[in-house]
Write a protein that binds this ligand. Structure first.
Ligand SMILES: [Ca+2]
Length: 301
């Protein structure tokens, strides 16, 4: 931490995951029973995520999803859904906050014709694809928000961003489910897609069988066993912590690189042959000042 600028230092607490997460050196011998405390007041729009042990990562994913390591996570509340455009508007109204994309005058837009990312002028949380395209519907997840914008919203809401470990613990239903997705290993049930992803070969063609070329309304594809929506696809979700190397973490080495923040959940641009990023163990990394059309966030407390 000592070598960092004072500006970054303020945001650097997440290298140490305590007090909410403890990295374990050994496999836990006993597993606690999951119980919701009696008379627990669950905040509106949130679910209770029991504490417990979870093994983070996978053996058969991307290199940066390995090796697996055990953690102990304290209970927390998590937003049922990613923060919506409508919710973000309330924040803007109340605070006159200007997002990074608004200050920069542009944001990341995936141009499907050119098959690549471009910086597009005029994109922002209200017009995530630009002013020449329709406004984002209020019930869709907000996008074109930087990590700093997400943190500003969370503070205003009296919440915080989850660490990627808390996010994955929740996606594993707080009991270390080892399925690819929070709801099982299949993304299609009875012919119906269970998430908003890219249906085809990225970036060449999208058959759009799930009905959404871009974002979808939050909750459209149902809930996980824990009661969360949009943990698979739709939009990547900013996490609190900087990118960590799992091999380092497993050996108890704390990272020092403050280049990129982690995102979880995958998006409408992900497909199995490319990144399959919407698996529970999927991760993505982006510099915190960047705003993108497929990245949003949800909060915890
Ligand atoms: Ca889709």
């Amino acid at each position: 931490m000592g070598s960092c600028s004072s500006e970054k230092k303020a945001e650097q607490t997440s290298f140490d995951f305590s007090p909410t997460v403890k990295i374990l050196k050994e496999t836990p011998k006993t597993f606690p029973k999951q119980e919701v405390p009696k008379n627990l007041a669950i905040p509106d729009g949130m679910v209770y995520v029991p504490g417990g042990y979870t093994q983070i990562g996978t053996t058969d994913g991307m290199d940066f999803e390995k090796p697996m390591f055990w953690v102990e996570v304290k209970p927390f509340f998590m937003d049922i859904s990613p923060v919506t455009v409508g919710q973000f508007r309330e924040f803007i109204k109340a605070t006159n906050y200007k997002t990074y994309a608004e200050n920069f005058g542009d944001g990341g837009f995936f141009d499907t014709d050119a098959k690549g990312w471009i910086l597009k002028k005029g994109v922002n949380w209200e017009y995530p694809q630009g002013k020449d395209q329709p406004k984002a519907p209020d019930n869709h997840p907000v996008t074109q928000v930087s990590w700093y914008d997400a943190v500003a919203y969370a503070k205003w809401a009296g919440k915080r961003l989850p660490s990627e470990i808390e996010w994955e613990h929740a996606a594993r239903n707080a009991k270390n489910d080892r399925n690819l997705y929070p709801f099982g290993n299949e993304i299609i049930k009875d012919g119906k897609p269970l998430a908003n992803t890219w249906n085809g070969v990225f970036p060449n063609y999208n058959k759009n069988t799930d009905g959404f070329f871009y974002t979808s309304p939050v909750g459209y594809f149902g809930k996980t066993p824990l009661g969360l929506t949009d943990m698979t696809g739709n939009v990547w979700q900013w996490c609190d912590n900087w990118k960590i190397n799992y091999a380092d973490i497993a050996q108890g080495i704390m990272p020092t690189d403050t280049t990129e923040k982690v995102e979880k959940g995958g998006s409408f641009l992900c497909e199995p042959g490319w990144c399959h990023g919407y698996r529970v163990s999927g991760r993505s990394f982006t510099s915190p000042e960047t705003s993108l059309m497929h990245v949003g966030f949800r909060c915890v407390k």
